[in-house]
Design a protein around this ligand. Structure first.
Ligand code: ADP
Ligand code: ZN
Length: 726
């Protein structure tokens, strides 16, 4: 018997040993029994010395992938991921696989499509006589150009039969369809900065080289990506293109199809249907797809011959997964590029301070695009409107009202952007001041007037709008805070003839909702857009020329040290929506703190000013990127229980072991969002300038938590490395 170490979907930090008569190559998918259930597993190592009684070792039941293994670089990526994020390897491995490959069932490998031509010897053969209509027509078809089986089958009955016969005779040749067909030239001549960026990246093909492509919205970053992608694809290598879900728009896909019409491209995101995802995944792994476009989970796609990774909007929070395996796809992408020796391009108009700092340090090469690519596109003008002494009507000052009226009269498109924090309307009792909160979360319930409901935006809880206050019985309940609905109603009253469209979670739940909204806007059926974050990203409305930002100040009061960075990126992005193509745009920001560094940098649209000031502050406070952090979290039915586990672990560690001196510990403290879905959440932060020390202390914490979880069975814990949530 040969013993194998297998990765299974179990919460164990070590691998499990199973036996098989022959040695199976690492990366093979197999089915085994675990607690009587048949489950899928991946061979991690074979020919190992069993550490347990060999009579207790179970056999491998079936081999699910005889002809294909998960490649070595993929396994290395997963081993690193599990180690770095302190997560059970087997569970990390399963999280990185599409559902189809997580089942204990064999999956047929996708076939590469075949393309038929008459072979050279075939040309010597006389065509089938014209009286055999079908054969004659098929032959004619093959004579003109190589055609795929699918194309032939569509037009000719019995095509498969004849093709098989002719192939056996040697008259016809079948070759796999090239995964990267010819790539037409770009319709644009790259400008000097774009060309410079592209040349520098190309010089590093075939080696690890991280680039930070910093360019304002509309500066032509995407064209730079496309240019280098074309070069890599033409070399016969694959490209992995990662982007936030919200940016994976039909417009982007259309641009990709136009630029790479005959390149086999697959998409991987959370909404790809399970079967499709498995087949896309395998196509990438087998080298049958040349271009893989996807969201964070696509970073785990095995690739046959990867030559370039692009991470667009690298600052976006959606690259961090905030449940189960808490990984940062951008960071893993950089690790992956290093491991397989290929360049990686991180692009953004507002890079994360982590990446910006690395570029300042010289760890990443900085490439800059400082102007809008389109000659006619101008940067919008940004105005800060100090509202400290201005009367507001439903949140709007007179200046803004006039701007909106004038723009409507001139036939322009306006957008009201509501900062998402603290903007949702809550229901409040005018007599006793009671505010309706979610019974499960530390969040106010959000008033959805049209649906007649109060809803929690953090869990599923919802209820009908109550008639009276549960505290005092008063029936006079009013809404506080402005939601998108209220602004919409007010604007309709202000501009009765304007066509107003509210864009929020309620009307964009489905993919095609967005497509419909988009085409409505593009066909100029809308005058004013009202919405939150969703409006900030990904979509271009060339005729948008007035953007109004309301209540952004709320973010400045947040206890999260990343709040200013996040707000700045968000506002730059919204501002970037205005003034594309031939329209000059204006942005108006209502604020009570116009002197704040976020707004000052915004008004001059100067990311560098902001990043420099913010980094100086982070350095002083010794915050990331000047230190590394991890959060140890616990949640339980009560805050006391949640904190107790953390406190016990901390005490144990302090008494029995010494953590590296570079590591500081803060807490336990409640999380900013202390109560979520019925659980109270507490955390301890570990912080160190030295990553190795930090990881060493996480390991110590980890073993204490595993030990204590038996004593506190009702408290769940987790480790979040490089946390974004506070
Ligand atoms: P970004 O990705 O930085 O937002 P895009 O690549 O989408 O910018 O470019 C913005 C607009 O400018 C697009 O409409 C694009 O087609 C156009 N564009 C990009 N590069 C050029 C160029 N070199 N010449 C002319 N137009 C360009
Ligand atoms: Zn809730």
């Amino acid at each position: 018997m040969i013993y194998h170490q297998l990765a299974l979907n179990v919460p164990l930090y070590s691998l499990l040993t199973y036996a098989h008569p022959t040695a199976l190559p690492a990366g093979t998918r197999v089915a085994v029994r675990f607690r009587k259930r048949l489950v899928a597993a991946i061979v991690w190592e074979s020919n190992v010395q069993p550490k347990i009684d060999i009579n207790k070792i179970l056999p491998i039941e079936t081999i699910l992938s005889e002809d294909w293994q998960l490649p070595a670089d993929w396994r290395a990526l997963l081993s690193f991921t599990a180690r770095y994020y302190h997560y059970p390897l087997g569970q990390a491995v399963m999280a990185a696989l599409p559902k189809g490959l997580r089942q204990p069932e064999a999956v047929p490998l996708p076939h590469q499509e075949l393309m038929y031509t008459l072979s050279t010897s075939g040309r010597l053969q006389p065509p089938p006589p014209a009286r055999f209509h079908k054969q004659h027509a098929l032959w004619q078809c093959l004579q003109s150009a190589p055609v795929t089986l699918q194309q032939l089958k569509a037009k000719h009955t019995q095509a498969t039969n004849y093709l098989n016969q002719w192939q056996q005779q040697g008259w016809v040749q079948a070759k796999p369809v090239p995964v990267c067909g010819s790539i037409p030239a770009s319709p644009y001549q790259l400008n000097q900065q774009q060309q410079h960026a592209s040349t520098l990246i190309q010089a590093k093909f075939g080696q690890f080289a991280p680039f930070l492509l910093y360019g304002i919205t509309g500066s032509g970053k995407t064209e730079v990506y496309f240019d280098i992608m074309a070069k890599v694809l033409q070399q016969g290598r694959q490209v992995l293109f990662l982007l936030p879900e919200i940016n994976l728009t039909p417009q982007l896909m259309q641009r990709v199809r136009q630029r790479f019409p005959s390149t086999v491209t697959v998409i991987l995101h959370s909404q790809t249907a399970a079967g499709q995802r498995t087949s896309n995944y395998l196509q990438a792994a087998l080298g049958q797809a040349a271009l893989v476009i996807g969201t964070r989970l696509a970073v785990f796609t095995p690739m046959h011959n990867l030559g370039l990774i692009v991470v667009d909007e690298e600052h976006d929070y959606s690259f961090k997964q905030e449940s189960e395996l808490r990984y940062q796809a951008r960071d893993l992408a950089v690790w992956r590029a290093q491991q397989i020796n290929c360049p990686i391009v991180l692009g953004s108009a507002t890079p994360s301070l982590e990446s910006w700092y690395k570029a300042q340090q010289g760890a990443y090469q900085l490439l800059q695009l400082s102007e809008r690519a389109h000659a006619s596109a101008q940067l919008p003008q940004i105005h800060l409107l100090d509202i400290r002494r201005l009367p507001l009507d439903n949140g709007l000052s007179d200046v803004i009202k006039q701007k909106l009226q004038a723009n409507f009269a001139n036939g322009g498109l306006s957008m009201i952007y509501l900062n998402r924090r603290g903007f949702a309307p809550a229901l409040f009792c005018t007599a006793c001041g009671h505010i309706f909160g979610c019974p499960n979360c530390s969040a106010k319930m959000v008033l959805h007037q049209h649906a007649g409901q109060l809803r929690c935006h953090h869990c599923d809880f919802h209820q009908r709008i109550p008639h009276c206050c549960p505290e005092c019985g008063n029936q006079d309940l009013t809404a506080v805070g402005q939601g998108t609905q209220r602004i919409e109603e007010y604007l309709q009253h202000l501009l009765p003839d304007a066509r107003i469209l509210r864009v929020d979670r309620d009307n964009t739940a489905h993919r095609h909702d967005w497509a419909a909204i988009y085409s409505k806007i593009m066909q100029r059926q809308i005058d004013i857009l009202v919405g939150t974050q969703m409006l900030a990203k990904g979509h271009d409305f060339p005729h948008l020329n007035l953007v109004v930002v309301l209540n952004a100040d709320n973010s400045l009061y947040s206890a999260d040290f990343r709040a200013p960075e996040r707000l700045f990126a968000e506002l730059m992005q919204v501002s970037g929506r205005a003034g594309r193509a031939n329209y000059k745009g204006e942005v108006w920001v209502q604020t009570r703190q116009p002197e704040h560094k976020v707004y000052q940098a915004l008004s001059t649209q100067n990311y560098v000013t902001f990043a420099t000031a913010e980094l100086a502050e982070r350095q002083e406070l010794c915050m990331p990127p000047f230190s590394h952090m991890a959060a140890i979290r616990a949640d339980a039915k009560t805050m006391r229980e949640a904190q107790e586990l953390l406190r016990q672990a901390l005490q144990g560690i302090e008494q029995q072991q010494s953590l590296p001196t570079s590591v500081s510990t803060f807490g336990p403290v409640p999380m900013l969002m202390a109560r979520l879905a019925g659980y109270e959440r507490a955390q301890i932060f570990l912080e160190s300038k030295n990553r190795r020390d930090l990881h060493h202390s996480i390991t110590i914490w980890h073993s204490w938590l595993q030990h204590l979880e038996k004593i506190y069975p009702h408290t769940r814990w987790l480790i979040d490395v490089d946390p974004l949530e506070m």
